[in-house]
Design a protein around this ligand. Structure first.
Ligand code: DLL
Length: 439
């Protein structure tokens, strides 16, 4: 059985956790009210004052925050500290042109990295391990988070970032990597590439993988475990709340423990906003209890899931979330990158196209594909193939700028995309990534 990174807090009694949460929440609400005029206004409009919040049971009184608020308050409107106290930003997709920018003080980075360290230790990591981090480094939180967690545990850290599979494999084999951190689809691809090179699962020294940032099924887990000869652990998080490590799996592989001493979780009905009892499926909402720079209260993740407090044999007492079972918005995760159809539409309109398009997502050889079909207007239509190809390339470049990944663009003749009589069907997702009733 693996140990704990912070045993006292990870195995604290329910009463102890509640006491910590109550104390932190009262302090955090007061701080946010005093320092974040944007949220103060939301509270004032709702007629709630910091004095109304005495325990976590009062959290229902607070207003929600959503991605739309982050867009409205972009870039500094939700800052909870002076900018001079911030040491880092990370960023993820917004719904249209503006990205989400999250700020961190050194305290915030420390607590985030500690959460990632908990995840690494839960996956069996110690200071004798060699951790290969092939999540992207840069604005994405995956690389930075696991990298920091790996340092905290004292592992030898290989800061590979994503891509260049040849080099990943060379370092993995030559430097005896024991824990692999990347998206599950990239892990599956590495497994395939190793097999293609004639390696058997027992030829590598890997023992565990920490995979997240996108939905994956139990079937995928079994495939990855077999091809790499490892135990595969799920890890969840989002930039707005810090990054990976908000929740992570233990050896039970049966739900992810949420770091409840830092992040208070609720499940709500996405339509009514009403808080649902434990065990019911709904939208996950987080309140960050002690972050300084970007202290979001009641942030709607749009991830649909279920929480459970059933006892876990690993000894951790923190509430567990199931794998996200879908979204209450239309966000797609393509090769680990969050993509909103509204971003694609924004580019099309900016480039002078009409919003008649179809987005097709699929998965081939463990890698997601993104194809966008866009109808040309009569004026734009040309039967010269080279004209169309040039436009497609130009549009693919503009999409890459906005999304961070380049779709294959297909310009099609006028009136060839089916019109809908009801809601337009803009997205066809041919992947089958979610175990609906699964863990
Ligand atoms: O994806 C943080 C992360 C990095 C998590 C590395 C795990 C590992 P964002 O780019 O802000 O942050 O995307 C957050 O990704 O709301 C979920 O919809 C989805 N997501 C994250 N982890 C999982 C997971 C990072 N384990 C959004 N399973 C979240 C399914 C996940 N979906």
């Amino acid at each position: 059985m693996s140990g704990y990174y912070q045993k006292d807090i990870e195995t604290a009694s329910r009463e102890q956790i509640l006491a910590i949460q109550n104390e932190k929440l009262v302090r955090q609400v007061r701080r946010v009210y005093d320092n974040v005029p944007y949220y103060k206004k939301l509270m004032d409009d709702k007629g709630v004052s910091p004095d109304d919040i005495k325990t976590v049971d009062d959290i229902k009184k607070l207003p929600f925050l959503s991605k739309a608020d982050l867009r409205d308050a972009y870039p500094y409107g939700l800052l909870g500290t002076d900018l001079k106290d911030c040491v880092r930003i990370q960023s993820t997709s917004g719904t249209t042109g503006k990205r989400v920018v999250a700020f961190y003080t050194q305290h915030d980075i420390d607590l985030w990295e500690e959460c990632c360290a908990r995840a690494i230790v839960a996956a069996g990591g110690t200071n004798e391990d060699v951790v290969q981090v092939c999540y992207g480094y840069g604005l994405f939180t995956g690389g930075a988070g696991l990298h920091g967690g790996s340092h905290k545990v004292g592992c030898l850290t290989l800061p590979m970032s994503s891509g260049n599979t040849e080099r990943q494999i060379q370092f993995m084999m030559d430097l005896n990597a024991t824990i692999l951190c990347c998206t599950p689809s990239y892990a599956a691809f590495i497994g395939e590439s190793l097999a293609e090179k004639g390696y058997k699962p027992e030829d590598n020294k890997l023992k565990a993988g920490i995979f997240g940032a996108e939905p994956w099924t139990e079937e995928m887990r079994r495939g990855i475990e077999k091809s790499l000869g490892i135990k595969a652990y799920d890890i969840y998080g989002l930039t707005e709340i810090s990054g990976p490590g908000v929740a992570f799996e233990c050896e039970e592989q049966n739900g992810m423990h949420i770091c409840e001493d830092h992040f208070y979780a609720e499940i709500i009905d996405p339509d009514t906003g009403e808080t649902l009892p434990e065990g019911e499926q709904g939208e996950l909402v987080f309140t960050s209890l002690d972050k300084e720079a970007f202290p979001l209260l009641r942030y709607r993740t749009r991830d649909i899931c279920v929480l459970t407090r059933e006892k876990c044999s690993c000894g951790r007492t923190h509430v567990r979330m199931c794998k996200p079972r879908g979204r209450s918005d239309d966000m797609l995760i393509i090769r680990g990158v969050n993509v909103f159809p509204s971003q694609i539409e924004t580019v099309l309109l900016n480039e002078g196209y009409a919003p008649n398009y179809l987005i097709e997502v699929d998965r081939k050889n463990n890698s997601d594909t993104l194809d966008v079909y866009v109808e040309l207007s009569k004026e734009m239509f040309s039967d010269k193939v080279s004209d169309v190809q040039a436009k497609e390339l130009q549009l693919a470049g503009a999409m890459r700028q906005m999304l961070g990944i380049g779709p294959r663009m297909h310009l099609v003749p006028p009136m060839t995309i089916a019109r809908s009589e009801g809601k337009a069907v803009r997205v066809v997702d041919k992947r089958n990534l979610v175990d609906k009733g699964g863990k």
